[in-house]
Design a protein around this ligand. Structure first.
Ligand SMILES: *Cc1c(COP(=O)(O)O)cnc(C)c1O
Length: 368
């Protein structure tokens, strides 16, 4: 039976990509070496890195005045790197608070900066995103940070906040860890985008940063070299040893996305997949989505079973047992919120979502 993996991250990768990795594992393109064994400064790996960058630039339409950095440390390191690099002599930054990852970013930023929370959805248990006309922006903020997709809460913001896009304007910064590559975005509206790879890009250990040129080179005193975007940019992400195997695998994922029609095609499929699942939730009161309709994530779909709570989760346990019997894996909700969560990233085939919906209906019949 085909196994479907609904993990929030590290998450499912395209089977074709895994098979190509397997085929090339021991001897990459006749080099006699695994990519894992290659010098990051050798001609083979330099080619792999350049191609990965070019493909990502093409997929996302990244303008020439942006650098693409292949780093380590996860999105969590970016929570510190962003203020260290982007404060640029200012004392405060604006943050939108839409859930668990926003809160972590805010907490870390407070080590370096005053933080102005422009708006929060805490009043409704982080089940929606406040509209931009409700944000209390500070015109003197060094930047505005937000999380377009809250991976744990399943809250996605489908519009891009409107800020200036010129040097001197307050730049927009986004933690796109769980939404990058799921649909087209206009990169020129952002000063900086970052994402850990293990949700929608590739294996854990790689972090991608896309940063506008004029925002680099004014780091806070005492910033470690490894935390300085300019140093990484000037060294083409080879200031130290980059996560080579992750970059190679991500590069194969980029080619897979291109072969399937790029991000517009991915958005179409992703909307279809998420639509199947939300329809299944909406046509019964046995299951509920806790998220406001306009903010229902295309990538992470949390849902709760009627009568189940964090304290009494017997129904959840029974649900997960049946899911496992049907080869539907890693559906347990995040420990902080309970319930279920189906993560349906690019690499999740629509057949996996159909299998989940069938299983949900069967479970409702026997337990509803
Ligand atoms: C997973 C995740 C993170 C944390 O990523 P790490 O790579 O574990 O540091 C941060 N933000 C979002 C939105 C995430 O989904």
């Amino acid at each position: 039976m085909t196994i479907y993996n609904f993990s929030a991250g590290p998450a499912v990768l395209p089977k074709d990509v895994l098979q190509q990795v397997q085929a090339e594992m021991v001897d990459w393109h006749g080099s006699g070496m695994s990519v894992m064994e290659m010098s990051h400064r050798g001609k083979e790996f330099m080619g792999i890195a350049a191609e990965a960058e070019a493909d990502l630039r093409e997929l996302m339409g990244i303008p020439a005045n942006y650098k693409v950095l292949f780093l380590q440390g996860g999105a969590s390191s970016q929570f510190a790197m962003v203020p260290m690099n982007l404060l640029r002599g200012k004392t405060g930054a604006d943050y939108l608070n839409t859930g668990e990852w926003s809160k972590k970013a805010i907490k870390e930023a407070k080590r370096y900066s005053a933080v102005n929370v422009v708006a929060t959805s805490e009043d409704k248990n982080f089940s929606y995103a406040p509209a931009q006309d409700q944000w209390k922006l500070d015109p003197n903020a060094a930047y505005v940070h937000y999380t377009p997709n809250e991976t744990i809460g399943g809250v996605e913001i489908f519009w891009t906040p409107e800020l200036g896009t010129q040097p001197g304007d307050v730049p927009l910064v986004a933690d796109m860890s769980s939404t990058i590559l799921s649909r087209p975005i206009d990169v020129s509206k952002f000063g900086l985008i970052y994402a850990g790879a293990q949700k929608n890009i590739g294996p854990a250990g790689l972090t991608i940063v896309i940063v506008r040129d004029d925002l680099m080179g004014q780091t806070m005193a005492g910033t470690p070299s490894m935390f300085d975007y300019k140093i990484h940019a000037d060294n083409e992400s080879m200031y130290n040893t980059p996560p080579t195997f992750g970059m190679y695998t991500a590069g194969l994922v980029f080619k897979w996305l291109k072969a399937r029609g790029g991000l517009a095609a991915m958005e179409k499929t992703n909307r279809e997949k998420a639509g199947l699942l939300y329809d299944a939730l909406d046509t019964t009161d046995f299951y509920t989505s806790p998220v406001a309709k306009d903010n229902r994530s295309l990538m992470n779909v949390p849902f709760v079973i009627k009568g189940s709570t964090l304290k009494d989760a017997a129904l959840d346990e029974a649900f997960l047992k049946l899911a496992k019997e049907r080869s539907l894996l890693q559906l347990k909700g995040h420990r902080s919120v309970g319930g279920m969560r189906a993560s349906i990233y690019n690499a999740m085939p629509i057949e996996g979502v159909r299998a989940l919906v069938d299983m949900m209906r069967a479970f409702e019949k026997s337990h509803g």
